[in-house]
Design a protein around this ligand. Structure first.
Ligand SMILES: C[S@@+](CC[C@H](N)C(=O)[O-])C[C@H]1O[C@@H](n2cnc3c(N)ncnc32)[C@H](O)[C@@H]1O
Length: 274
């Protein structure tokens, strides 16, 4: 897991984001959630997907929700902001969690969105702590997927919903690397959707909704062309999170989608009441 941790560990991330905002002429004290979009919703279809998950989740203001693999907390803050619920984000990367906490303070949302640096396989929470959970494009880095789903099951209260928006394998192999989540195949552990579904139910969940979003992912990448020469990177972007080869990574993701090497699923699973 060490190499995955270092993959998601840029130096001084918060200050780089702040510098990017300044260079774009934005005052960090006056930004909106959308001003951070290029860097803080690090998943396919960005906030459009997050709003679809919010609708699917049916979380309510009285709830405490867990965001597993929250990155720098863009979706964590958006969920807390839109629903008015309490959200706790967990991520393996201390650097992302540091940025998540400091960015959240810019919005004065620190009482509603809190963060912990921890592995999703061993979360620092009691059994039955959360009313709901979501995890957005994180399972790819986890080999022990049954362990992951059992850990989410453990910390959820009975009746709680877990909403997942996850990349899976597809019918063709191999996957082209690097991708946005992995420099090479030693960091990536994809299973086909049917296997992922079985892992979720083996952990004890009942599947309430299951949608293949691969075609929507393809549309999102349809205009992307192969990068040539030195990358022309924006002030703010996911290159700050995972390196300056991000355009190659994104292009490989496009190829993997169009050549049916990766797929994208969205699901809601419920921890049954005893
Ligand atoms: C593609 S990013 C998605 C981040 C965030 N969910 C989002 O949509 O913006 C994947 C995230 O999973 C985190 N991650 C990978 N392995 C993890 C683990 N074992 N425990 C917790 N987080 C992990 C990474 O640090 C990274 O932030």
């Amino acid at each position: 897991m060490k190499h995955i941790h270092s993959y998601y560990s840029p130096n001084d991330l918060y200050n780089k984001i702040i510098e990017g905002l300044h260079n774009m002429g934005k005052d960090p004290e006056k930004i909106t959630l959308d001003d951070l979009l290029p860097v803080d919703e690090f998943h396919i279809r960005s906030k459009t997907a997050t709003y679809e998950l919010i609708r699917l989740a049916r979380f309510t203001p009285d709830m405490h929700i867990l965001d597993v693999g929250c990155g720098v907390g863009g979706s964590t803050r958006r969920l807390a902001y839109e629903i008015g619920c309490q959200v706790t984000g967990v991520d393996l990367s201390d650097e992302y969690i540091d940025a998540a906490e400091r960015l959240t303070k810019l919005f004065n949302m620190q009482t509603r969105a809190k963060f912990h640096a921890a592995s999703a396989l061993d979360m620092p929470f009691e059994d039955n702590s959360f009313d709901g959970a979501w995890s957005i494009q994180m399972n790819m880095n986890i080999e022990d997927k049954l362990g992951l789903m059992k850990e989410i099951f453990r910390v959820l209260k009975p009746g709680g919903r877990a909403v997942l928006y996850e990349l899976c394998a597809h019918k063709n192999t191999p996957v082209y690397y690097p991708t946005p989540w992995a420099q090479d195949n030693t960091m990536s552990f994809l299973v086909v959707p049917e296997e992922f579904r079985k892992i979720i139910t083996d952990a004890g969940f009942e599947i309430d909704a299951w949608t293949d979003k691969t075609d929507l992912a393809k549309i999102a990448f349809s205009e992307m062309t192969e990068p040539v020469g030195d990358p022309d990177l924006p002030e703010l972007g996911t290159h700050l999170l995972v390196g300056e080869d991000i355009l190659t990574k994104a292009y490989n993701l496009k190829r993997n989608l169009f050549e049916e090497r990766v797929s994208l699923i969205e699901t809601a699973a419920v921890k049954p009441r005893a």
